[in-house]
Write a protein that binds this ligand. Structure first.
Ligand SMILES: *[C@@H]1O[C@H](CO)[C@@H](O)[C@H](O)[C@H]1NC(C)=O
Length: 304
């Protein structure tokens, strides 16, 4: 195997074009939602409703009352939203890497973090309204006719009618403060672990496909953990702000003050367990999808 070829198989994601990142990221995003949405529903319910004793309790009550479909409530918004957002997120990362690239050297950890944070700016601008709608749909109880919002479009329309564009974009700052550091850690962790896995191969041997596959799963899972560990407190504030009745909070700082006063700092990590339970498989699925797609593109369109 030539050296070029070897480098390519060992680090398929490094230094790909932003376009390839865009397409593969979108595919990875679809893989993520399918694996992760049920977990997300439980998380949002735990974050906003204190009548559940924990993750399992919430899951079993939801399935009892609403069937398995209850866990997939509100998935139309993320399916429509996540693929393009992941596409944009990975595109942003690809662009960030290009901008920060010096010579032919691999990017330092600091630069990988910065490229990731850069992509967080891209995603927030697209993501904030989708998050608001998703959270509102996820926390509404009951079924069919009794529900306030009939779906994504209906929810957007009602929000617009009640509070204009401002209402639809409620929680944007919280989303930005969540996504920049979280996304920086996400990409850094993935690339860092992938690099370590590639380096762990004994001198003169090749990275076997099995080892690479397991490495991708591990790196993807850990990237998810890193992302959420950094973004979780902001995410709790955001979910509360976005699902609160009109006028309950003046902004993110106000949500924070009231939460600290009434519940203490632990409330910032409410729902952490289900988030972690989700982050590992969902992000492993994402990066497996991403790498497969990237490889496919490298085969069919090497110059894209
Ligand atoms: C990263 O975490 C944020 C919350 O901090 C979440 O909205 C986002 O979906 C996570 N990204 C991935 C790829 O898991």
């Amino acid at each position: 195997m030539s050296e070029d070829k070897l480098a390519e198989t060992q680090a398929p994601v490094v230094n790909q074009s932003p376009i390839k990142y865009f397409i593969s990221g979108g595919f990875g995003g679809i893989c993520t939602v399918i694996v992760g949405h049920p977990f997300d529903t439980i998380k949002v319910r735990l974050q906003t409703n204190s009548s559940y004793s924990g993750m399992m309790d919430c899951a079993s009550k939801t399935i009892q009352k609403e069937g398995v479909r209850g866990l997939y409530k509100g998935m139309s918004a993320p399916i429509a939203g996540v693929a393009p957002i992941f596409a944009i997120s990975f595109f942003g990362f690809g662009v960030g890497k290009k901008l920060l690239q010096q010579d032919d050297q691999p990017l330092s950890n600091t630069r990988l973090f910065m490229a990731g944070a850069f992509s967080g700016i891209f995603t927030t601008s697209v993501m904030a309204p989708g998050e608001r709608i998703k959270c509102l749909l996820q926390v509404q109880q009951g079924s069919g006719g009794e529900q306030k919002y009939k779906g994504m479009i209906d929810c957007a329309r009602q929000l617009y009618k009640e509070g204009g564009i401002r209402s639809i974009y409620k929680g944007s700052l919280a989303t930005l403060l969540r996504d920049m550091p979280a996304s920086g850690m996400y990409f850094l962790t993935y690339e860092f672990i992938k690099k370590k896995v590639a380096e762990s191969v004994p001198e003169g041997q090749k990275l076997t496909p099995t080892r690479e596959f397991l490495g991708t799963i591990f790196a993807g899972g850990m990237a998810g953990v890193a992302n959420w560990s950094v973004g979780m407190p902001q995410d709790v504030l955001k979910s509360r702000l976005q699902t609160a009745p009109e006028g309950m909070y003046t902004g993110m700082g106000d949500v924070f003050r009231q939460l600290m006063k009434n519940e203490g700092p632990m409330a910032l990590y409410k729902g952490f367990a289900p988030v972690m339970a989700r982050a590992v498989p969902a992000n492993a699925a994402c990066f497996i999808g991403l790498e497969l797609c990237m490889r496919f593109l490298n085969n069919v369109a090497p110059n894209l």
